[in-house]
Structure formats: structure tokens, C-alpha cells
Design a binder for this molecule. Structure first.
Ligand SMILES: [Zn+2]
Ligand SMILES: [Zn+2]
Length: 345
């Protein structure tokens, strides 16, 4: 069953399934413009997802070949995956923030071994145990490379410029740069009155930045060629506060469901992160490597039941939290420790 929701004012959402993923689906939004329909995100590159997208478009009287443009909130495959197929069928342009386009380009151009080499040295540095590193070494020497989903992703052909209106005929859709979940994540602010008269300043397509029941993953911005010490969690919290101040009438996120109280949800998330940082400080009463911290942090299941790939994501999230604590002056690296350990100050 294709599920299409009409949100009013020439905006619809289509539930596009994500294969084998607890998130379930991506909400692909369709925005009518005077030059034709524009998609906000496209869904995972998978035949069932593509069929669902096409069926959803058909249900609202739109052909895939009639899509005018694609605005991508960020480079993740559940958002950008089908963009190439949409462009192929329709000639639509694809717009993305330059920081995420750079990631797409890097992934497409990467030598197969580069990422594995980088990941191995990275995990060694954060204190991953030998049994976690062994499969990576085996993959490197054995030449058996798992294909990453982003490898075939379409290269966007337009930049989303922060703070500017997108050139959409007959609509006011402003790009708001919200780094954190990815370095080039954007929210899109539809600066038009709410069609059902809800009080507030327009509607917000929030991508993964602001979701009603999930706190998005905040990990490091991985770039093997860039040694800048970034602070993704700090970026994310700043972006959240800015979004909270917009005073929008309704949020149209890329997962779960639409919801009205953006400022309330922002407050919940800020509190959640403050509590989490405080909890981490208690753990850091004794020096811990990022890996040891990840093992002791609270996840949606016990550490020994977290699958291999998710542990890499978890340790990246632990590191993002450590970066924030160091930047706030609430933790510091223990001089001379190797792998480096951190302690609360
Ligand atoms: Zn994402
Ligand atoms: Zn997502």
C-alpha cells in the first residue's frame, strides 16, 4: 500500500520504504511549483523504494518524468539514494549543500582500499580491541570489499546556498544550514502561511535534523584528508537552537510524522543532550578511551548485542561527545596516554 499524505498548500509526503532498516521509511516530500513538482529527498536506491515513489507520485497525478528538481537535505542514502534515477527519468536538477556534495564526490572517487585503511587507523587510535580490527585487516588483504551504498550516488549539479531562497517559481523556500548530523545538512523553510491556519511562521522540512521521536546520530565528519578538529555535536546544538527560534507552525520531517511544536521538541533534545553529557562526565571519573566510553554509554541495546558496523557508528558518536566536553573545558585528554584516554576535569 502506497501511503501518501496531503499536507495542503501544494505539499504532499510519500512513505518510501528503507530496506532492512528499523527506521522503516523516508518521507519524500513533493512541493508543487509553477515550473513543476520538486522533491525534497528521494529515498533509498532500491527497486521497491523506487516503485513506491512512482506509485505515490502517480496517486497525486505526477509522473516521474515530470519532476522539475530535487532538493536533498543531506547526502545519506535514505535521502539521496534515488536522486540519480529521478534525474535520469526527468532531467531534474539535484541541489545539495556544498559540504555534503564534497562527501558524495569523495566517496565516488575514493580508491577502494583508502576507506578501510583510514577506518583501521582511526579505530586503532580510539582504542578498539584487536578482535574488532581483525576483520578490517582481513578485508584489506583479502581484497573482498563490501560496496558502500553511497558509492553510486548521483553527483548534485546545484549548490544549496545557506540563507537564500531556492529558485522555485511561485514558492518561498529558504535554505537553512543545520550542520551536525552531517556537515552539509540543510532544513528548508517554506515561508508561506500554514494552509490550515496553524499559528506560526510557515513550515519546515527538517530532514533528519529535527524528528519527533528520534535523536539523530551525531558522529564525526569523517574526511581522511582533513585533520581539522571539528565539533559536530556543538554544531548540531547550535543548529537546533536556530531552528527553535524560527517559530514555524509545523515541522515536516524526513522520518516518522509531521508535528506542530518545533520549539518544544528542540527544548527536549537540548535537555536530552545536556543530560547525556552530564552522564558521560560521571563515566569519565576514571580515564577512558573513546572505545571504552562507547562500551559504557547507554544505547538502544546492550553493547554486546550491537552489531559490528553499528559499533563503529557508536564510537564515532562517543568521540563527538568527547570533542564537545573538551571544547567546553569539562574533560581533557590524559597527556602521554596511547591510545588516548580522556578524563573529566
Ligand atoms: Zn541522515
Ligand atoms: Zn534519514
Amino acid at each position: 500500500m502506497t501511503q501518501v499524505t496531503e499536507h495542503g498548500g501544494g505539499v504532499w509526503s510519500i512513505k518510501v520504504p528503507i530496506p532492512d532498516n528499523p527506521l522503516g521509511h523516508t518521507l519524500v516530500h513533493v512541493v508543487d511549483t509553477d515550473r513543476g513538482p520538486v522533491l525534497i529527498d528521494t529515498g533509498w536506491d532500491d527497486p521497491e523504494a523506487r516503485d513506491t515513489l512512482v506509485a505515490g507520485l502517480t496517486a497525486i497525478g505526477v509522473a516521474l518524468s515530470g519532476i522539475h528538481g530535487v532538493v536533498v537535505t543531506h547526502h545519506h542514502p535514505d535521502h539521496h539514494g534515488l536522486s540519480g534515477q529521478v534525474r535520469e527519468a526527468s532531467g531534474a536538477w539535484i541541489a545539495m549543500h556544498a559540504a555534503d556534495t564534497a562527501i558524495v564526490r569523495r566517496t565516488r572517487e575514493a580508491e577502494p582500499g583508502t576507506w578501510l585503511t583510514y577506518l583501521t587507523s582511526k579505530l586503532t587510535a580510539v582504542g578498539a580491541p584487536e578482535e574488532h580490527l581483525a576483520p578490517l585487516r582481513a578485508a584489506r588483504t583479502g581484497g573482498r570489499m563490501r560496496t558502500l551504498p553511497g558509492l553510486r550516488a548521483a553527483l548534485p549539479d546545484r549548490d544549496i546556498v545557506p540563507g537564500e531562497l531556492l529558485p522555485l517559481a511561485g514558492r518561498r523556500l529558504r535554505a537553512i544550514w543545520t550542520p551536525g548530523h552531517t556537515p552539509g545538512h540543510v532544513c528548508l523553510h517554506l515561508e508561506e502561511n500554514h494552509p490550515a491556519g496553524l499559528p506560526g511562521h510557515g513550515r519546515l522540512f527538517s530532514g533528519d535534523h529535527l524528528l519527533p521521536g528520534i535523536s539523530p546520530h551525531i558522529g564525526l565528519y569523517e574526511d581522511p584528508d582533513d585533520s581539522t578538529v571539528t565539533d559536530p555535536l556543538g554544531d548540531y546544538l547550535d543548529s537546533l537552537e536556530r531552528i527553535g527560534r524560527l517559530g514555524v507552525a509545523e515541522v515536516l520531517p524526513a522520518h516518522q510524522h509531521a508535528f506542530p511544536d518545533a520549539a518544544g521538541r528542540v527544548r527536549e533534545l537540548l535537555t536530552h543532550h545536556e543530560d547525556r553529557l552530564t552522564g558521560l562526565l560521571a563515566l569519565l571519573a576514571t580515564p577512558l578511551t573513546p572505545w571504552q566510553l562507547a562500551e559504557r554509554m547507554e544505547w538502544n541495546r546492550p553493547w554486546d548485542r550491537i552489531p559490528y558496523g553499528s559499533r563503529n557508528i557508536a564510537v564515532s558518536e562517543a568521540e563527538a561527545h568527547l570533542r564537545r566536553l573538551v571544547k567546553l573545558g569539562r574533560a581533557e585528554a590524559v597527556p602521554g596516554s596511547e591510545p588516548v584516554t580522556y578524563i573529566a576535569v
